[in-house]
Design a protein around this ligand. Structure first.
Ligand code: GLU
Ligand code: MG
Length: 464
């Protein structure tokens, strides 16, 4: 980072700090997301913001090698206690936190002591990936759905520590649930709106005490920032209501999990390539190639998008998690659900929903992988097999074999093997990040080896 840029950031920080002081803000949280998908960070008093903007705030690079339980793996390119990085807040995304009076938030980019981007920084990596697509005339719009469950914060006497006790009852999508969570949901929607987040829908989801918020599509870096901020806000509103939010892929062994579905559309010259074409389901050839790239690289992508051992307890048929590596229009059991949108509104609405991924994923790494896979599909003019318009779980093994339908990887080890064999993904992440993803995943597999599904879900329940 050049001196001129540091001066620009200091000046911007000064202007924003006085505005924040006027709004009663005393501290600014600087979050970033680690390889395990855990949001970590530091905070600065508001007076320190100009200096932090120019010079960053110190933080050890060791966090790239952290696991879900705060143990540290000895990675090939991460895990050393030696060295330092600087967390630089992106002040263009500075947000006053509506549910944490006195606090603001600005996502951090990590630079090294020479002012160069830290090679393992996922947010800067995603920005470079977006720029590479732009240089080929392509733009992606993305949006994350957020599913979570609410548990009681004060557990009934005799409960296991960390147990999940649903904080409310009522049926999926049910009016009874809406009424029960009315004050909580009002406070959440108010906070999100005050923070400038364009919520599209809110509803009670399928699993016990499960809720969901979906937001409007944005540029990929903004979409990843938004999902980090949405989850931060859900945690804050939950704390104020004395309940506990879990985004874990599988809160209880045996029940429906929390997805972290991502909607993607790819655009060229201002036109949505997911619609108005002459390929299957109205895709243009570019849109088809992008989706085909996603499909081809899905097994390896799961090591990034379904990054925990618990993720594979979620990825089972008939749980709407997209456990089959197929695509199909409006097929909620397909890993890739094509969403054509209502006639008359398709240019704005058509997208592909990647369903087989969850909120334990680092959203910046995940979008880096998804964009790279789609981009590779476009570069090779990849084509799609026939769309699947049934729930593959209702077919016999023989019928699935005949139709060429395969399940997504059924374990983190299997996804990791696919990731390490995927040259496109490894190149997209670069040697250091790809190795760290693999090292961290292998560390998690080892840490949870031999544990029962109940023990795995308990270990990961409150981490993300
Ligand atoms: N909760 C489901 C999952 O694990 C998804 C439900 C839905 O289709 O929105 O992905
Ligand atoms: Mg849902």
């Amino acid at each position: 980072m050049e001196q001129e840029e540091r001066d620009r950031r200091r000046e911007q920080g000064g202007r924003l700090a006085s505005r924040l002081r006027g709004a009663g803000v005393v501290g600014v949280v600087l979050p970033w997301v680690d390889t395990s998908g855990v949001t970590r960070g530091k905070a600065v008093p508001v007076d320190r913001l100009p200096d932090a903007a120019a010079w960053g705030v110190g933080m050890s690079p060791v966090f790239d090698a952290f696991l879900f339980d705060d143990s540290i793996i000895a990675g090939r390119f991460a895990g050393s206690a030696v060295g330092d990085l600087r967390l630089h807040p992106d002040l263009d995304r500075l947000t006053v936190l509506a549910a944490q009076p006195g606090w603001a938030w600005a996502p951090a980019d990590r630079y090294d002591l020479d002012g160069e981007p830290h090679v393992q920084d996922s947010r800067l990596l995603l920005r470079r990936t977006v720029d590479a697509l732009a240089s080929e005339g392509l733009a992606v719009r993305a949006a994350f759905e957020v599913e979570w469950v609410l548990g009681l914060a004060d557990l009934p006497a005799g409960s296991e520590p960390g147990a999940f006790v649903p904080a409310f009852s009522g049926p999926a999508y049910g009016m009874a649930r809406h009424v029960e969570v009315s004050d909580y949901a009002r406070d959440l929607l108010t906070a999100l709106a005050d923070q400038g987040i364009a919520v599209e829908q809110f509803h009670p989801e399928y699993a016990a005490a499960q809720l969901e918020v979906s937001v409007a599509a944005e540029d990929p870096v903004a979409a990843a920032d938004t999902t980090v901020l949405v989850r931060h806000t859900i945690k804050a509103v939950s704390a104020r209501h004395h309940v506990r939010a879990s985004f874990s892929p599988k809160v209880l062994a045996g029940s429906v999990g929390n997805g972290g579905h991502v909607h993607l559309s790819v655009w060229r010259d201002g036109a949505n390539l997911m619609t108005g074409g002459d390929r299957a389901c109205g895709l243009t050839s570019g849109g088809e190639a992008f989706v085909a790239g996603l499909l081809q690289h899905l097994p390896g992508l799961l090591a990034v998008g379904a990054p925990t051992v618990a993720s594979y307890l979620r990825l089972v048929p008939s749980h709407w998690a997209g456990a089959f590596a197929v695509w199909g229009p409006e097929n909620r059991e397909a890993a890739l659900r094509l969403v054509p949108g209502p006639r008359g509104h398709r240019e704005a609405a058509a997208n592909v929903e990647v369903k087989c991924i969850d909120a334990a994923a680092n959203p910046y790494l995940l979008l880096t992988g998804l964009l790279a896979a789609g981009r590779a599909g476009v570069a090779s003019r990849a084509t799609l097999p026939a769309p699947v318009d049934v729930d593959p779980g209702t077919l016999s093994d023989e019928q699935r074999r005949a139709a060429g339908i395969r399940a997504v990887p059924s374990s983190l080890e299997e996804a990791l093997r696919a990731f390490e064999a995927d040259d496109v993904l490894r190149a997209a992440f670069g040697e250091e990040v790809a190795a760290t993803i693999a090292d961290v995943r292998r560390g998690e597999v080892a840490a949870l080896a031999g544990r029962s599904p109940e023990e795995v879900t308990a270990a990961l329940r409150w981490v993300h």
